[in-house]
Design a protein around this ligand. Structure first.
Ligand code: HAM
Length: 419
């Protein structure tokens, strides 16, 4: 029969890799908690309207890449392509703003985008992110950026590059958008079909073009910083000042355009030379209008999300955490002793020791080989003689020494032992 395989762009995380995932998750929980952020978990499926409204109908993410279907009750449901809109929905739905003026939230979980799969680009990928909802001050932007920077650093990724920009306030963007359209109009015949479409619906995205001819055209285009209001300018300069205080190096990149519609003011991305500047490890920004557009109050917010697969690619030469719990392998070749040994295994696990109990009923030799393969520190060996005498042979696998010990004394023996 034909084998059923994973769907294109999705991957199994196998035991050989899951230790790295656990390390990364531990680092995320630790750093987020150290900054006073609490975890939030939202469903993987949401009403499509959330992303149409939240992320923007004209974005690639929603218009081309979102997995959506009409459910049996005729509602349109989507697999989440990102978590900012779901977190904002949860914030409004559960009136989290009523509980605290500032909600500092973080999340870890899968997202789905129907992109062309390649290294570091999947159709199911995992994001972690933080969203600080409630503060409209630049120190909040700097805090959020520093959490992302610190997680990537503590995970051993260097050669990081932080690019920041400001797309200004609504007013600034409206004026700039018009100027950009005026500038680009004479070049319409030279623009790609995609850019021609963007010129109508989201002209700022053209700044992000990878097309060489278009990059030339963009070089002389009007610059957004010339359209900042006094407040926009002061805000952006203050974010930079706090980044200086935090000793986080950054590059101002006015061509940094994020692919989601909800941004205002500060935007940023962090990339690593290891996976190429085109593919950001992390991206985010301020999104002061989102909560209101989802039916909430006018509450400002800023956050980021990072791609966990990309982080693991960039960190592949990282020193792995030695996850080696103290381990005992119970080699039992006498069936009558299996019951008592299961009881002992339970009591030893309660001491925090990893216990592996043979369930394949293999020969003594095969079980000992397995104990070594699993890098056990001790083997507790029970054959016919030990079963009758209610003893075990306790073999220290690191030192090669062996003693006879009563079964009833095993737990107190290991309680007094430090591995
Ligand atoms: P985003 O830039 O669309 O932003 O995605 C954030 C990160 O997710 C990217 O930098 C990348 O590392 C990873 N990523 C995106 N698509 C893929 C993919 N197909 N395969 C692998 N990794 C991918 C957001 O999602 C916003 N919600 C970020 C945000 C939070 N803004 C404010 N708060």
């Amino acid at each position: 029969m034909n084998m059923v395989r994973t769907i294109k762009g999705t991957h199994d995380i196998l035991p050989a890799q899951s230790g790295d995932w656990q390390d990364l998750e531990t680092q995320i929980h630790k750093t987020a908690n150290l900054h006073g952020y609490d975890e939030i978990r939202t469903p993987i499926i949401e009403n499509a309207a959330l992303f149409n409204r939240g992320v923007g109908e004209e974005t690639d993410i929603v218009s081309k890449e979102m997995y959506s279907w009409i459910d049996k009750d005729k509602s349109t449901i989507s697999l989440r392509p990102e978590l900012t809109a779901p977190v904002a929905r949860a914030y409004v739905q559960h009136n989290l703003g009523g509980q605290s003026l500032l909600q500092r939230l973080y999340y870890i979980g899968p997202s789905f985008r129907r992109e062309r799969p390649q290294k570091g680009r999947q159709r199911q990928f995992h994001q972690f992110g933080v969203e600080a909802i409630g503060s409209d001050n630049p120190e909040q932007d700097a805090e959020v950026i520093s959490i992302g920077w610190s997680i990537l650093n503590s995970f051993g990724i260097n050669e990081l590059e932080l690019n920041i920009s400001s797309i200004g306030s609504e007013n600034c963007r409206t004026n700039y958008r018009q100027e950009l359209i005026n500038y680009l109009k004479p070049f319409i015949p030279q623009l790609s079909e995609v850019s021609q479409h963007r010129l109508k619906h989201n002209p700022l995205r053209i700044l992000d073009t990878k097309n060489k001819d278009e990059i030339k055209i963009i070089e002389s285009a009007p610059k957004i910083e010339n359209f900042y209001t006094k407040e926009d300018e002061t805000y952006f300069l203050t974010v930079q000042q706090y980044l200086n205080d935090l000793e986080i190096p950054y590059k101002i990149n006015p061509l940094l355009v994020r692919g989601l519609d909800y941004y205002t003011q500060t935007t940023f991305e962090i990339s690593s030379k290891k996976i190429g500047a085109q593919d950001a490890l992390l991206g985010g920004g301020r999104y002061d209008g989102l909560i209101k557009s989802l039916g909430g109050k006018d509450v400002p917010a800023v956050g980021f999300a990072a791609g966990m697969e990309r982080i693991l690619i960039a960190a592949d030469d990282r020193k792995r955490t030695d996850k080696h719990l103290p381990c005992i392998y119970i080699v039992c070749t006498d069936l009558s002793a299996l019951g008592p040994m299961q009881q002992i295994a339970k009591n030893l696990r309660d001491l925090g020791i990893k216990i592996i109990l043979e369930t394949l009923r293999r020969s003594m030799k095969a079980q000992m080989r397995e104990a070594n393969k699993r890098k056990a520190n001790y083997a507790i060996i029970v054959g016919e003689k030990e079963a009758i005498n209610e003893t075990v042979q306790l073999k220290n696998l690191n030192e090669g020494t062996q003693d006879t010990i009563n079964q009833s004394e095993l737990v107190s023996y290991f309680r007094s032992l430090t591995f």
